[in-house]
Design a binder for this molecule. Structure first.
Ligand code: PRX
Length: 673
């Protein structure tokens, strides 16, 4: 665990005051999916795990489960044991009877002059079946295999995911903005022999060559001992290769070409055990290596369906737009699986929110009749900065809006509420994680008032508790922060870290486990890694991470990942990353490096470090500034004092440095600021 100073007093003190409540409107409540106060009692701690039957019953099962929760391998739980289910069937086939001709996916290309693709449930079913047939027949894929996806936002991405899970194949989608090298690490860790990608996509008005990343990924994976046998390449423009990077003979195949052999083919969904893994989602943690969070089929799908219904308030007739990227957990749970399981229309937008201008998002909302909108504070801050008055110019009406990924400042929240929501939409601030599959804390929008700056109480069936370092409970309402844990298991939680059960237990449970041999879930509180305060009313305020993770624009980056990327540069001896406050992104990384003996600091070295960050991880990892320092401030035991570097970067007081082994270095670095 990192130095606790990472959630410094300063960070907590700079937090906003408690705000007043905003009740949801009568109009919202009148149509809300959940207005039954009894839900909190039904999902009380003493009713865990049985209460989650209510979520499982939102799904269609081939065989109903026998046991709700098997804890025999705690804390690796099996939900809905004995049940047989298929996620593709639940997101596609089951809607055909009533909603065959309803739009499942609105794909909005970034270029406004291009046609929006409205994929009906019928068409989705056809395309998923045909692609599943190809995957089965041409690639020989079967249940339990892993396939890595490195796809941009496109209708083909959910089609690919749903085709894979139709066969019981585990998908691992890597965020399209990540580098080929990041993709390779995930290919290797998951043991994928097939990579599915797209030739190109638009971002900021430019058609980017994405295929090149597949070549880099395959080359790097091979170096690490994993051969990618087939690369399937979707075409941004069907029938045409749109990347400069050519196809590799015998390894790369254009999906649109191959699909011609599978037109009209149908594949029965495979009846998967509820606990079979559905997908892996890699995320940053306390060590350099990203970890594959393994999500199960029945539990995950039940949880995201239930929370999409009650928190997102999705009805089948709604047009729902979540602006996240499907390459993150938010996109998996709340663009693809949750909304489609409920038969909603889900919008997928290819590009950036401000292309070609600050009104784009609101035009999309107006043109498609979006009535539920979901995004992150970083996007809200950016939209507010570039076009504070834009929303009023467009004729759309949101009934509901979501914020996710980082704390939202009350001032920004109020702009979201008054200007984007036009004072009419209910807002939910949803706190959760890649690991948790779905929401942990949020208000139920028809039942609880909103409070700017607070996520809200634990979800029904999620029982948060704040513990101090000794494991004692910090009571609600004292304004004291601690480590927020969840006392109980829930169906959406990840099952393990792919291939590393020890790390799973160590990182998330060991700290507060009451008995490592226990099979009783009550002995295994889940450590989220966030610091939080619970107010008297039970509303939770998240303060930030307690481990070595920084949250840039709502994206989790491991400081160790960033540091090891910098260490790839030959001249660098040591690297340390700290978060710096930023108006739009929340925070951004500052990179401190010390050089090996014999090298002189230069702009060229700083550029090399930036390049390494982009190549190893992706453009989101770029540092605000690279500081080439004479030495790192260190404790006498040799530990780098990141807290001091963070204070210098943020222009705050560095505090007492006299206990350091080299206090003079601090002065030297301060002069560089
Ligand atoms: O620190 C919390 C922050 O984002 C972390 C999880 O990041 P990730 O796994 O990438 O998932 C992001 C989308 C669920 C958390 O540990 N976080 C997430 N949502 C919020 C938040 N911080 C404050 N308020 C939120 N609503």
């Amino acid at each position: 665990m990192a130095e606790k100073t990472d959630v410094s007093e300063a960070q907590i003190a700079s937090h906003w005051k408690e705000e007043d409540y905003y009740p949801p409107s009568a109009k919202f409540i009148a149509q809300a999916n959940m207005t039954d106060e009894g839900i909190y009692e039904r999902f009380a701690l003493e009713n865990v795990p049985d209460c989650f039957k209510e979520y499982a019953d939102l799904l269609d099962w081939y065989k109903y489960w026998d046991e709700i929760l098997d804890t025999s391998d705690a804390p690796c739980y099996k939900w809905f044991k004995g049940g047989l289910i298929n996620a593709s069937y639940n997101c596609v086939d089951r809607h055909l009877a009533k909603n065959r001709n309803k739009t499942a996916i609105h794909f909005v290309p970034e270029l406004e002059e291009e046609k929006v693709d409205h994929v009906t449930y019928q068409e989705l079913w056809v395309r998923v079946n045909e692609f599943a047939a190809l995957l089965q027949d041409f690639c020989g894929l079967k249940a339990g295999d892993r396939v890595t996806l490195h796809m941009p936002m496109s209708a083909e991405l959910p089609i690919t995911m749903l085709a894979l899970c139709r066969l019981g194949v585990i998908h691992s989608q890597v965020f399209g903005g990540f580098s080929g090298k990041s993709c390779a690490d995930r290919i290797v860790d998951s043991g994928s022999e097939v990579l599915i990608t797209m030739d190109a996509y638009y971002r900021g008005g430019k058609l980017l060559d994405h295929k090149i990343k597949a070549d880099e990924a395959c080359e790097e994976a091979a170096k690490q001992g994993q051969t990618v046998k087939k690369v399937l390449v979707w075409q941004r423009y069907a029938g045409k290769h749109s990347a400069e990077t050519p196809m590799v003979e015998g390894r790369d195949f254009a999906v649109n070409e191959l699909l011609k052999n599978y037109y009209g083919k149908r594949v029965e969904p495979v009846k998967m055990p509820a606990e079979a893994p559905l997908f892996l989602m890699y995320t940053s943690g306390t060590t350099g290596k990203p970890k594959g969070c393994q999500h199960g089929t029945g539990g995950y799908l039940a949880y995201v369906t239930g929370t999409s219904k009650y928190v997102q308030d999705i009805h089948p007739e709604d047009v729902y737009w979540c602006m996240a990227d499907i390459g993150w957990i938010t996109g998996h749970s709340y663009i693809v699986y949750g909304p489609l399981a409920l038969g909603a229309s889900s919008v997928i937008y290819e590009g950036i929110p401000n292309y070609p201008d600050a009104g784009r998002c609101w035009r999309i909302a107006q043109d498609l009749g979006v009535n539920i909108f979901h995004t992150a504070p970083t996007a809200i801050r950016a939209l507010r900065k570039i076009g504070p008055d834009e929303p009023a110019k467009y004729d759309y009406e949101f009934k509901h809006m979501t914020t996710v990924g980082e704390p939202i400042e009350p001032e920004v929240w109020k702009w979201y509420y008054n200007v984007v929501g036009k004072g009419k939409a209910a807002i939910v601030d949803t706190w959760w994680q890649t690991e948790t599959g779905g929401f942990l804390c949020s208000t139920l929008p028809g039942l609880r008032a909103m409070k700017p700056g607070s996520a809200g109480p634990g979800m029904p069936g999620i029982h948060p508790i704040v513990l101090d370092d000794e494991g004692k409970e910090v009571p609600d309402g004292q304004g004291k922060a601690g480590n927020i844990c969840i006392q109980n298991p829930w169906p959406g939680m990840f099952q393990t870290i792919w291939g590393d059960r020890d790390r799973f237990v160590r990182q998330y449970f060991e700290r507060y486990c009451k008995d490592p041999n226990s099979k009783d879930w009550r002995d295994w509180p889940y450590l989220t890694g966030d610091a939080a305060i619970i107010a008297e009313d039970g509303y939770v305020r998240i303060l930030g991470r307690i481990d070595d993770v920084i949250n840039v624009s709502g994206h989790r980056l491991g400081t160790k990942e960033l540091e090891s990327a910098a260490l790839v540069v030959e001249e660098i001896a040591e690297a340390a990353v700290v978060p710096v406050k930023h108006d739009i992104k929340g925070v951004e990384p500052d990179m401190y490096v010390a050089l090996k003996p014999g090298y002189e600091a230069s702009d060229a070295i700083a550029d090399k470090v930036q390049k390494a960050l982009v190549e190893e991880i992706g453009p989101i990892a770029k540092a605000r500034k690279v500081w080439i320092v004479p030495d790192m401030p260190k404790t006498r035991s040799g530990k780098i004092m990141r807290r001091i570097l963070a204070a210098i970067s943020n222009g705050t007081d560095v505090g007492d440095t006299m206990t350091l082994a080299n206090p003079e270095v601090v002065e030297a670095i301060k002069k560089m600021a």
